[in-house]
Design a protein around this ligand. Structure first.
Ligand code: URA
Length: 408
């Protein structure tokens, strides 16, 4: 009985495979109610799961929907995933780099939820860009262009989708066991041969400490191994926003800037690291050799042209990228050195401008967001511009900059 299963987990015992199936498949089919699953998820959050329990749950998520098979497309297909952050536009930069180096990528992404952004929204800020592709179109594009960047198909891991929606409203998102099963089931269902996960850690991420991030990383590597898919994990900081732009069209513009060599710094460095790992896995070459290829691809603008090619193939018109014309400059109230920029506060600000959503049904204003004009360690004078707010028409944004920028 579901009541006994909840109680068993509440008392800290490991569940049998049959019990996990009864609870989760029962929830999918409707015999287990939202309030019962909420209680079980809370008990899992508090008491965790053993590796065996996590494998069973991953398998249930994975097999609840379509499992894609791209083995008919030649080459080692490599996928990447980020556990979610603020200003994380790495997919837009990394996928074209990797594809330009003859490693095929089929990248399926999600939408923004809460304060973390989603690649599908970013792509949709490019007028005309198609994020839903049929299996035939995916195959044709991968063979001709080397990569697709699209939304996750509706039939991938429906059980995870239902559970994720419930976790989102019941304070049960930040369980390492549940996150590992959720992410890995989708990556396994996505059909790639090798997987790279970028685990974010810090104020603007699910994982707040290095220790938690490492536990999550180890778990995902174990799950990948169980399914015979090489999985590598990078742990990267998310105390501060990634790059300068937070907001959909603004982030696409920043990705273009990085690939055109107009922007150096931490965003480019992280993208080079991620792409290097993917090229190393896809071409089965040492990391040092892969890094040389990645740098060359950016410097020669090969990756930039690849991004334009992908956008055009998916019917996007990059010349129509709409960034809001209503721009408000936010200036410093004092002189000093920029000590910190709080990722979560920047995310809340971008959110208040319309760049994010709380419920899945909400519409995002793709043209709005925040562009940070200073770097950590930079000296600023009173009155210098700290950031630009791209707002909706006739909006007077309110913003407490002392919460975002630490200057002393
Ligand atoms: N991303 C996911 O897909 N699932 C989680 O549980 C957390 C982040």
């Amino acid at each position: 009985m579901i009541k006994d299963i909840i109680q068993k987990k509440r008392l800290g015992y490991a569940l049998e495979e049959s019990e996990i199936k009864e609870a989760f498949l029962g929830y999918l089919e409707g015999s287990v109610a939202d309030y019962q699953m909420s209680a079980l998820l809370m008990a899992i959050c508090i008491n965790g799961m053993t590796d065996e329990e996590i494998f069973v749950l991953t398998d249930l998520f994975l097999n609840s929907g379509d499992v894609l098979d791209f083995s008919h497309i030649p080459g080692i297909k490599v996928d990447k995933h980020s556990t979610g952050g603020v200003g994380d536009k790495t997919t837009l930069i990394v996928v074209p780099i990797v594809a330009s180096l003859s490693v095929p990528v089929i990248k399926m992404s999600g939408r923004a939820l809460g304060y973390t952004g989603g690649t599908v929204d970013k792509l949709e800020s490019i007028p005309g860009y198609q994020t839903e592709l049929s299996a035939d179109k995916i195959k044709k594009q991968v063979l001709e262009v080397g990569a697709v960047m699209m939304g996750q198909t509706a039939k991938l891991c429906p059980l995870d989708k239902k559970i994720y929606a419930l976790r989102d409203v019941t304070g049960t998102t930040d369980s390492i066991a549940l996150i590992a099963a959720s992410i890995m089931s989708k990556k396994l269902a996505g059909g790639a041969d090798k997987i790279l996960i970028d685990v974010k850690v810090g104020k603007g991420a699910f994982m707040k400490t290095e220790k938690e991030a490492q536990l999550l990383a180890d778990l995902m590597i174990k799950i990948g191994k169980k399914y015979g898919r090489e999985t590598r994990v990078m742990i990267s900081n998310m105390d501060r926003p990634l790059g300068r732009a937070v907001g959909n069209a603004l982030e696409v513009k920043e990705a273009l800037d990085v690939l055109q060599g107009k922007q150096q710094g931490s965003l480019r460095t992280l993208c080079v690291e991620l792409a290097t790992s993917m090229v190393s896995m896809g071409r089965q070459i040492p990391m040092d050799d892969a890094k040389v290829l990645v740098e060359e691809s950016i410097d020669s603008l090969k990756a930039y042209h690849k991004l334009l090619e992908i956008i055009k193939y998916q019917e996007g018109d990059i010349s129509g990228l709409a960034i809001s014309k209503n721009v408000v400059s936010i200036t410093s109230l004092k002189s000093g050195i920029v000590q910190d920029i709080d990722a979560k506060e920047v995310a809340h600000l971008a959110f208040s401008l319309g760049a994010g959503r709380i419920t899945k049904e909400e519409k995002v204003d793709l043209s709005t967001g925040v562009y940070i004009n200073v770097e950590i360690g930079q000296k600023v004078e009173e009155g210098d511009i700290l950031c630009y707010l791209y707002t909706k028409e006739n909006m007077t944004p309110s913003c407490d900059i002392t919460k975002i920028f630490e200057i002393s």
